[in-house]
Ligand binder design. Structure first.
Ligand SMILES: Cc1cc2nc3c(=O)[nH]c(=O)nc-3n(C[C@H](O)[C@H](O)[C@H](O)COP(=O)(O)O)c2cc1C
Length: 207
């Protein structure tokens, strides 16, 4: 617990970053891939329950464009239910070897059924089976019950495992970004982008 890392890999200046945070995100993601970060698209997604309590889990980023950040999951899962109740969510990337964190806040909406179908068709057969069978976030008796559910779907839908209506994509539409670069002596760089009308304003936060 006493270990203290000095962050020395880089600096982040308001003069060098892209004007649009989506471009800045794309640069940093490329850096993470080039640096061979393990699962660079793994992001922590936080949602809020009806009691105001937050919950977090990792999901994989499957698409990023000017409309937002897309991931796929079970709409009936805990996260799905929480998104139905409050559309607000937050994503967090931590790329340790680069000493970088990105925080993205926004509203979450479902992608179109066509977009979910298109992604579903590209998934391996075994992944489709598992997603069709698994009642994500529900209590199951034991692992054997889960395996039996998968085998039942394998028998029932031997020809083709169609996308169940309760499985699909979500898009977080960003309105706030923070790019964090670790710095020496705890003087980290934090640049935030905030959307005002059609423009992004960049500000620096104290570490
Ligand atoms: C590296 C990694 C990637 C994951 N990717 C996904 C994903 O893309 N979609 C998903 O539903 N769950 C994914 N999971 C599982 C989730 O973290 C979580 O256990 C699951 O979605 C249930 O969350 P919930 O009960 O809060 O809804 C991933 C877990 C890890 C560790």
């Amino acid at each position: 617990m006493a270990e203290r890392l000095e962050y020395t890999r880089g600096r982040l200046s308001e003069h060098d970053v892209a004007k649009n945070p989506l471009d800045q995100f794309a640069h940093w993601l490329q850096d993470a891939i080039a640096d061979k970060v393990v699962e660079p698209t793994a992001m922590c997604l936080s949602t809020v329950g009806p009691d105001g309590k937050p919950s977090s889990r990792i999901v994989l980023l499957r698409g990023q464009d000017e409309f937002g950040f897309t991931f796929f999951t079970n709409y009936l899962s805990r996260k799905g239910q929480e998104i139905s109740g409050s559309q607000w969510g937050c994503l967090n990337f931590w790329w340790g070897s680069l000493e970088r964190q990105i925080r993205i806040e926004g509203s979450i909406e479902r992608v179109s059924p066509e977009e979910s179908d298109s992604y579903w068709r590209d998934r391996p057969y075994e992944s489709r089976l598992a997603s069709a069978a698994s009642p994500q976030s529900q209590v199951v008796e034991n692992r054997e019950e889960l395996v039996a559910m998968v085998e039942q779907v394998r028998i029932d839908r031997a020809d083709d495992v169609l996308r169940p209506a309760h499985w699909g994509g979500y898009r977080l539409v960003p309105e706030y970004f923070e790019f964090w670069q670790g710095g020496p002596a705890r003087l980290h760089d934090r640049l935030v982008y905030q959307r005002t009308a059609d423009q992004w304003t960049i500000k620096r936060l104290a570490p």
